[in-house]
Design a binder for this molecule. Structure first.
Ligand code: PLP
Length: 400
C-alpha cells in the first residue's frame, strides 16, 4: 500500500500555499478598454450597446430574440411574468438548483412544485414531472445543472401534451449543446446569467433568449416598468411626449458599460468553453480509478459547458464523511464548494410547508457532493494541485 501523506488538516504541509477559489472571472485589458469606451460615450444605459449585446447572444445561441436584464434572477422573474404565472399557478422545477430558480415563481405568487432528479444526470427527471402535473400547472422550469442539458426530448413532449411552457434556467449552460443544438432556443425561454463565476460576466447581469415575438414583447415591457413607447401598442394617445404604462413592471435594465463587458467577453466564450472542457476531461481521467469517488456522468444527447465539476463520494468506501473530506480539501488550499442545498430545505421554503424527503434522489446527492474549482483562468498547475489534493485526501480516507 502506498504511503499516506499527512493531511494539512492534521498538521501536514498543504498541497499549495495560496488558496485557490472555486470560481472566478477572467478580465483582460480589452475588456477594460471596451468598458471605458462606453463610459466616455453618450449612453450609460438604454443605449446602442445593449442591443448589440442582445443580438450577439441571440446569434451565439441560435435564438431569434434576446432581452438583457440586470441579473439572471431578474431575467427569471421576467420569464415567469411572460409565462403569465399568477396566483396559485403551479410550476414544476428541480430542487437541485440555486434558490433564484424557484424564487422567481414565488415572486408572482405561483407555487413551486419540486420534481426529483435523474439519478445519473442529476437534471430534472421527466418521469418525476408527469405525475405532478395538475390542472393548475402552467410551466416547467428546467435547470441545465452543472452545464449538462436536461432531457429536452421528453420534457418537450410532456409540455406539448399538457400545454405547458418550458423555461430553461441555463445559468450554467452558455455554449452547451443538446443533440447538436446550442442551448438557447430549445425551451420557450432560456435564461443566462453573467455573474462573475458563470461562463462570461457583466458583473451582474442576465439574458432571456426566445424565438417567440409575443414573449419578447412582454419581456421588454417588464424590464422597463411595464411602459411601452411604441405608438402602435398604445391604448390612448395624443401628445409628442406620450408613453404608456400598461402593466406593473420593474426597472431591471442592464447598463451599456456592462453590455460592453459582456460583448467583449462573448468573443472569448468559445475559448473559455474549450478550456473548461479540457480541464474537466483531465479531472475525470485522473479520478476515474479512485474507488471512493464517482465522476460526473455525461449523457450522450448533451455536450456540457462544464460550469461546475463535482465529485460524488461513495460513503461506504470511505472513512470520512463529506464534511471532513470537504474540510480536508479546504486545508490543502483548494476552494471547494457544494452545489446545492436542496432548495426546499431552506427555512423560507420550510415555513411555506415543504417537507424534507419529497425528492430523495436530490437529497442523497446533496449529502455526497463536492464541487472542485473549474474556470478558464486556472493554470495547468492549478489543475494539477486540485488533482493532487483530491488524490491525497482520497488515499488517506479510502477504505482499500
Ligand atoms: C447564478 C444562477 C442564477 C442566478 O443568476 P444571477 O445572475 O446571479 O441572478 C439562477 N440559477 C442558477 C442555476 C444559477 O447558477
Amino acid at each position: 500500500m502506498r504511503k499516506k501523506e499527512q493531511l494539512a488538516i492534521y498538521g501536514g504541509k498543504p498541497v499549495r500555499d495560496a488558496y485557490l477559489p472555486y470560481g472566478s472571472q477572467w478580465i483582460e485589458d480589452e475588456d477594460i478598454q471596451a468598458v471605458s469606451n462606453v463610459l466616455r460615450s453618450d449612453y450609460l444605459t438604454t443605449g446602442p450597446i445593449i442591443q448589440a449585446f442582445e443580438e450577439s447572444v441571440a446569434d451565439y445561441v441560435g435564438a431569434k430574440y434576446a432581452v438583457a436584464f440586470s441579473s439572471g434572477t431578474a431575467a427569471l422573474h421576467a420569464a415567469c411574468y411572460a409565462a403569465n404565472i399568477d396566483e396559485g399557478d403551479e410550476v414544476i422545477t428541480t430542487p437541485m438548483t440555486f434558490a433564484a430558480t424557484s424564487n422567481a415563481i414565488l415572486y408572482l405568487d405561483g407555487k413551486p412544485v419540486f420534481a426529483d432528479i435523474d439519478p445519473l444526470t442529476y437534471t430534472i427527471s421527466p418521469e418525476r414531472i408527469e405525475p405532478l402535473i395538475t390542472g393548475k400547472t402552467k410551466a416547467i422550469i428546467t435547470v441545465d445543472y452543472t452545464g449538462q442539458p436536461a432531457n429536452y426530448d421528453q420534457i418537450q413532449q410532456l409540455a406539448k401534451k399538457h400545454k405547458l411552457l418550458v423555461i430553461d434556467d441555463a445559468a450554467h449552460a452558455l455554449g452547451a449543446t443538446y443533440k447538436g443544438k446550442r442551448i438557447g432556443s430549445i425551451a420557450d425561454m432560456t435564461m443566462f446569467s453573467f455573474h462573475p463565476v458563470k461562463h462570461i460576466t457583466t458583473g451582474e447581469g442576465g439574458m432571456i433568449t426566445t424565438n417567440q415575438k409575443s414573449l419578447y414583447d412582454k419581456l421588454k415591457s417588464f424590464r422597463t416598468h411595464g411602459i411601452t413607447r411604441d405608438p402602435n401598442r398604445w391604448l390612448y394617445h395624443d401628445h409628442p411626449w406620450y408613453y404608456e404604462m400598461q402593466d406593473l413592471g420593474f426597472n431591471y435594465r442592464m447598463t451599456d458599460f456592462q453590455a460592453a463587458l459582456g460583448l467583449s467577453q462573448l468573443k472569448k466564450s468559445d475559448k473559455f468553453l474549450r478550456t473548461r472542457r479540457t480541464y474537466a476531461k483531465q479531472y475525470t481521467e485522473q479520478f476515474k480509478d479512485l474507488n471512493a469517488i464517482i465522476t460526473p456522468f455525461q449523457h450522450e444527447d448533451g455536450h456540457s459547458s462544464w460550469h461546475l465539476y463535482m465529485i460524488r463520494l461513495k460513503s461506504n468506501k470511505i472513512k470520512a464523511d463529506r464534511l471532513l473530506f470537504f474540510q480536508a480539501l479546504q486545508k490543502e488550499n483548494i476552494g471547494v464548494n457544494v452545489h446545492y442545498i436542496p432548495v426546499y430545505w431552506h427555512p423560507y421554503y420550510q415555513q411555506l410547508g415543504y417537507k424534507k424527503g419529497i425528492c430523495p434522489v436530490a437529497e442523497n446527492l446533496y449529502e455526497e457532493i463536492i464541487t472542485l474549482p473549474l474556470y478558464p483562468k486556472m493554470s495547468e498547475q492549478d489543475i494539477q494541485d486540485v488533482i493532487a489534493a483530491v488524490k491525497k485526501v482520497h488515499a488517506y480516507f479510502s477504505t482499500d
